[in-house]
Write a protein that binds this ligand. Structure first.
Ligand code: M6R
Length: 610
């Protein structure tokens, strides 16, 4: 949520900052702004809307500054308008601050500063921090000290970068709960909230820890805690390359990411399946094997699409390992005093590894003595570091705000975990082998599903003007109905609801008439006949039926208006295949409606606020 970038070095800062913001724009796109220092003077420009707009306004030819900070915003405090855009300045207009996160005690601080005669132009918590740093600087005349004192008095979360004409050859950044990465180039440094803004310049980075700050000059940097204790920076390598964060010939990141799924699903199980013994090897869980063998209860916690993947995981683990599983919205779990203890194992699922609610749920579970394991995509992210053990899903950078490839990779990893847990219990070797083989066939089968895109596009062209959609499925396909509806809502702004197919008759059936498209995920499994009856119920009420069905199912053609076929697969793995047509349907509907597919309104890629 929000993106920060800062540069100090020998190149012109404006291009590097704007380019960095574009790479991070998926984190927030309400407004954007920069501050640069030239001839010891602080210049600032900000604008409502996208980074491209700010770029157009920036007089690149006239700016020779080689130091600056910039920000792309997802609004938390205050409307997404010009005044609330970052950077914010102190009252002397010599200190500029960009900030991700939330300062919880900003109202009290603001009142106190107002009493002391300071004034504010915006509604943001960030401006309070900028003014606060400025007020302290007046007394201590030392930027690092002023930042340190200010940070020690604020409650909440922050990733910040500070620039000042008082000490123009310096950027100070700090983090607590919001990521901050320092890229080390050749006599230049780029600081950012996301490695995507850095990779073009260097792959050598230092991930700041919570309550840590970096003081960066042209000649080097030091890291220390915000209590002024020096720390030893650990230099790591970014684990992706530039090509992975570019569109690679596709019109949108979302479409590219949908089409990457044969490879990303493969990467999620590559080197992890022991097909000959029908088992799984997950290096990140090596020190958890005893715990996993003994646990009697599993809790899965996540948000959004990751929560939907968690529901599929519940069904998989219960079926294969016969362990009771509960799936909790992280945002609810954290506040309801959950019954959980040292015998429980919690799996926290997150693509970004930065979702604040999921992080808070992890802390709550750990506080109560449970073992917490992360299932995360972004390497080195906060959740990856806050969990005792974990499994990376290896889906590669996901830039489209609507999650696609991360979802199928999360389910793939959950199928591995379910297999591992099952083989620790009653699942036989032949059963394990059959599951391992079925997982290995997934990439080819996803390729076959992708080949149906033309038919899906034609369906999208027929229904894109409908105002409501229903998505129905049962068993393993029920979470998929939720996910299909979420994808459509997010990127096309069409109202869509996902339901367990059999629940339809308990209420939503009242909505069905000739204007209601109903997407059924009706692939072959043990409850196929029951789903078929549900389809007939919709048909009888003139609903329009779009069915995702198993190849060779001729019967469904008689009742459905449209059928999209997916290859036959073990039912528990079907969500990985059937997710693909749902993603494509949402994508092509959004495209017809001329919506901003990669950056839908009001959303941001990682939600680092409550
Ligand atoms: O990064 P996370 O997986 O923790 O994010 C969780 C949700 O915010 C995320 O899945 C969200 O629902 C996506 N926009 C779904 O497409």
């Amino acid at each position: 949520m929000c993106g920060i970038v800062g540069y100090i070095g020998k190149q012109k800062a404006s291009h590097i900052l704007l380019n960095g913001l574009k790479r991070m724009e998926y984190r927030g796109y309400d407004s954007a702004g920069w501050a640069m220092i030239e001839n010891e003077k602080l210049n600032l420009l900000k604008n409502i809307g996208k980074v491209a707009h700010l770029d157009r306004l920036t007089p690149h030819d006239m700016i020779n500054a080689t130091v600056g900070i910039a920000h792309t915003r997802w609004a938390t405090h205050g409307f997404p308008n010009h005044l609330n855009a970052h950077p914010h300045m102190d009252n002397s207009e010599n200190i500029a601050v960009v900030h991700n996160g939330i300062i919880e005690n900003y109202t009290a601080l603001k009142t106190k500063l107002q009493k002391d005669g300071y004034y504010f132009n915006s509604d943001t918590d960030t401006e309070v921090l900028a003014v606060f740093i400025g007020a302290i600087y007046e007394k201590v005349q030392d930027l690092e000290k002023a930042v340190r004192i200010a940070l020690s008095e604020i409650d909440g979360t922050f990733g910040i970068a500070v620039l000042s004409s008082y000490e123009p050859e310096k950027i100070i950044c700090a983090r607590h709960g919001s990521p901050m990465v320092l890229g080390i180039g050749d006599n230049e440094y780029i600081v950012a909230s996301d490695a995507a803004a850095i990779i073009q310049h260097t792959n050598q980075v230092v991930y700041l820890n919570d309550k840590e700050m970096a003081i960066i000059t042209r000649d080097g940097f030091v890291t220390k805690t915000i209590d002024n204790e020096n720390t030893e920076p650990i230099i790591e390598e970014i684990n992706f390359d530039l090509a992975q964060i570019e569109k690679g010939g596709f019109d949108h990141f979302m479409l590219k990411e949908i089409h990457e799924q044969p490879e990303t699903v493969f990467n999620s199980f590559r080197g992890r399946l022991l097909a000959d013994v029908g088992n799984v090897k997950l290096g990140g869980l090596n020190n958890m094997m005893d715990k996993l063998r003994k646990t009697k209860r599993i809790i899965i916690t996540a948000c959004g699409t990751s929560w939907h993947a968690g529901l599929v995981g519940e069904y998989m683990i219960e079926q294969m390992a016969q362990i009771p599983v509960e799936v909790e919205y992280a945002s609810e779990f954290r506040y309801r005093n959950p019954i959980i203890g040292p015998d429980d194992v919690v799996f926290a699922i997150s693509q970004s590894g930065e979702t604040l609610d999921t992080l808070a749920a992890i802390k709550e579970a750990r506080q109560k003595g449970a073992t917490v394991i992360g299932i995360v995509n972004v390497v080195g992210s906060t959740i990856a570091r806050e969990t005792e053990a974990g499994v990376y899903i290896h889906a590669g950078p996901e830039i489209g705000v609507a999650s696609t490839k991360a979802f199928t990779s999360q389910i793939t990893v959950l199928s591995l975990i379910a297999l591992l847990l099952g083989r620790m219990r009653n699942l036989s070797q032949p059963e394990g082998q059959a599951i391992a083989e079925a997982i290995m066939e997934l990439p080819d089968k996803i390729r076959q599903v992708l080949a149906t895109e033309k038919e899906i596009k034609a369906i999208a062209e027929k229904y894109y003007e409908n105002k409501n959609f229903l998505y129905l499925g049962r068993g393993f396909n029920y979470p998929l109905a939720l996910e299909g509806a979420l994808k459509l809502k997010e990127i096309s702004y069409i109202h869509a609801e996902g339901y367990p197919a059999a629940e339809m008759k308990h209420g939503p059936i009242a909505l069905i008439d000739e204007n209601m498209p109903v997407v059924f995920i009706a692939t072959k499994d043990t409850i196929y006949d029951k789903v078929f009856s549900n389809i007939e119920e919709v048909k009888a009420r003139k609903g329009k039926i779009i069915a995702i069905a198993t190849e060779g199912d001729e019967r469904i053609k008689k009742v459905a208006d449209h059928v999209i076929y997916v290859p036959e697969v073990m039912p528990m793995l079907n969500p990985i295949l059937s997710a693909v047509p749902l993603q494509l349907l949402a994508y092509h509907i959004a495209l017809k409606l001329e919506c901003d597919v990669d950056q839908p309104r009001n959303l941001a890629k990682s939600v680092t606020v409550e």
